[in-house]
Structure formats: structure tokens, C-alpha cells
Ligand binder design. Structure first.
Ligand SMILES: Cc1cc2nc3c(=O)[nH]c(=O)nc-3n(C[C@H](O)[C@H](O)[C@H](O)COP(=O)(O)O)c2cc1C
Length: 221
């Protein structure tokens, strides 16, 4: 499965089977998390066999079931780290999808379990990503039109169109899709709108845009 296929097949999954994440898959997942921490300065941690975060009334309200593994999104308490959390968290999500795993970003409907991960001085928990083998592969979300989130028009280059399309497939908190992608010359300005977790969302959206457009980080204005 390539990145674009993974972007299209990824949907939030909230109902997991009891099949354990183990062997090669576990090793690969742990390796990608390690690599992301090294390049970003984040403190992302894989938490395994910990069902309590998703065993509360809040998690049931969020319709979660069978979650016992998640990635704790820990990083320094600064806006640039919120965006990094989104960018690198989604990189892990897409790699997990390619490994046959399912995921769900969760910022609200879970219970914090401070003994399950480490939060150093100056850091905070931005949320978690549930990970495991889903009982379904989820469903496509309702999406805004490209024109609502970007200045895409008939004259736009193909790479920008593909980038915007991939961005619209990104998970965002409450599916708010509050971002704006503006092509200016051959660079793109990415802005977060107002809304809860919109800076984390922006990082996620930028990762999708890069994969969809085939451009690297130098595309950003
Ligand atoms: C930063 C962030 C926080 C989220 N928090 C929650 C949450 O607390 N509970 C939940 O059920 N889903 C949560 N989600 C999942 C979104 O509801 C989901 O991504 C969105 O509806 C789009 O659906 P999709 O991921 O299937 O494409 C969150 C997503 C993001 C990106």
C-alpha cells in the first residue's frame, strides 16, 4: 500500500478486536515512533495493554470499544509543538495504516492515565491516538469542498489540486476542517482557523498535503 492509498483508506476506527499488536508490526510501529521523536523533539510514547483510558463513561460516550493500545502525544507546551504533534502523529497514523492497523485521534473522549506514560517538566499531553486491529475499517467523513478551504481554481497546478484533495481526507477534531491553503506563486500558505485543536489539525493537514502534492517541507511559505 502506498501513501496515497493509505490516505484514502484511513478512517477513524473506534471499535477494536482483541487481536494483539505484536511481532514485526509492533517493532515497526515502535521504530517509526522513535524516528519521529528523534527528528521532532516530541516525546511520543506507545502505551500497550492499558484498557483503562478507554473504559470510562466519557470513552463509552465517544463510542470506543476494545481499545487497549494507544500513542500518548506528549510534547513541549508550545504552539509549535502542537503543530508538530499533528504532523508526526499523522505520519505514524499513515504508516500504521500501511501495516494493516487502524487508528483514531482522540483529544477529549478518553481518561488521562498519568502512570501509563511520562510527562517531563514543560511538557503536556496533547491527546492520544488509539491503535489496533479494528472490527471495521471506518467510513469516509463528510467533507467541505476544495474551494471552501483553499484558493484552488481551474488554473491551479495539478500538484496543488492533489495536495488539497489529500488535505480534505485528513482527520480533524470534530471534523471541523478549519484550515486554509493558499497558493501564492509556487509556495503554499497554510493557516489554522479558530477552533479547538486547530493547530494540531494544521500539522495533520500539512502532512497530508505534502504526501498528496508530492512536495516537501520547502513548499510552505
Ligand atoms: C486533534 C483531533 C482530536 C480528536 N478527538 C476526538 C475525540 O476526542 N473523540 C473522538 O471520538 N474522535 C476524535 N477525533 C476524530 C475526529 O472526530 C475524526 O477525525 C473526524 O470526524 C474525521 O473522521 P475520519 O478521521 O474518519 O476521517 C479527533 C481528531 C483529531 C484530529
Amino acid at each position: 500500500m502506498d501513501n496515497i492509498e493509505a490516505i484514502k483508506l484511513r478512517h477513524s476506527v473506534r471499535d477494536y478486536s482483541d487481536k494483539p499488536v505484536e511481532g514485526e508490526t509492533l517493532l515497526e510501529l515502535a521504530t517509526i515512533i522513535d524516528e519521529c521523536n528523534k527528528v521532532s523533539g516530541l516525546h511520543l510514547q506507545l502505551v500497550r495493554n492499558e484498557p483503562k483510558a478507554f473504559d470510562s463513561a466519557l470513552a463509552h460516550y465517544g463510542k470506543f470499544s476494545g481499545v487497549c493500545n494507544y500513542i500518548a502525544l506528549v510534547g513541549r507546551s508550545m504552539p509549535e509543538y502542537a503543530e508538530k504533534c499533528g504532523y508526526y502523529g499523522e505520519k505514524i497514523v499513515i504508516e500504521a495504516q500501511k501495516m494493516g492497523l487502524n487508528t483514531c485521534w482522540v483529544a477529549l473522549t478518553f481518561k488521562k492515565m498519568p502512570n501509563a506514560y511520562k510527562i517531563r517538566a514543560g511538557e503536556k499531553l496533547y491527546g492520544v491516538i488509539a491503535v489496533g486491529y479494528g472490527n471495521s475499517s471506518g467510513w469516509p467523513h463528510r467533507s467541505k469542498k476544495a474551494e471552501k478551504v483553499s484558493n484552488l481554481n481551474d488554473d491551479s497546478p495539478e500538484w496543488f489540486k492533489k495536495g488539497v484533495e489529500a488535505a480534505l481526507l485528513a482527520p480533524t477534531a470534530m471534523n471541523q476542517q478549519k484550515f486554509r491553503l493558499t497558493l501564492i506563486g509556487n509556495k503554499v500558505e497554510a493557516r489554522a482557523g479558530f477552533g479547538p485543536y486547530s493547530t494540531v489539525d494544521l500539522g495533520i493537514v500539512k502532512y497530508h498535503f505534502e504526501l498528496g502534492s508530492g512536495k516537501g517541507r520547502e513548499v510552505w511559505r
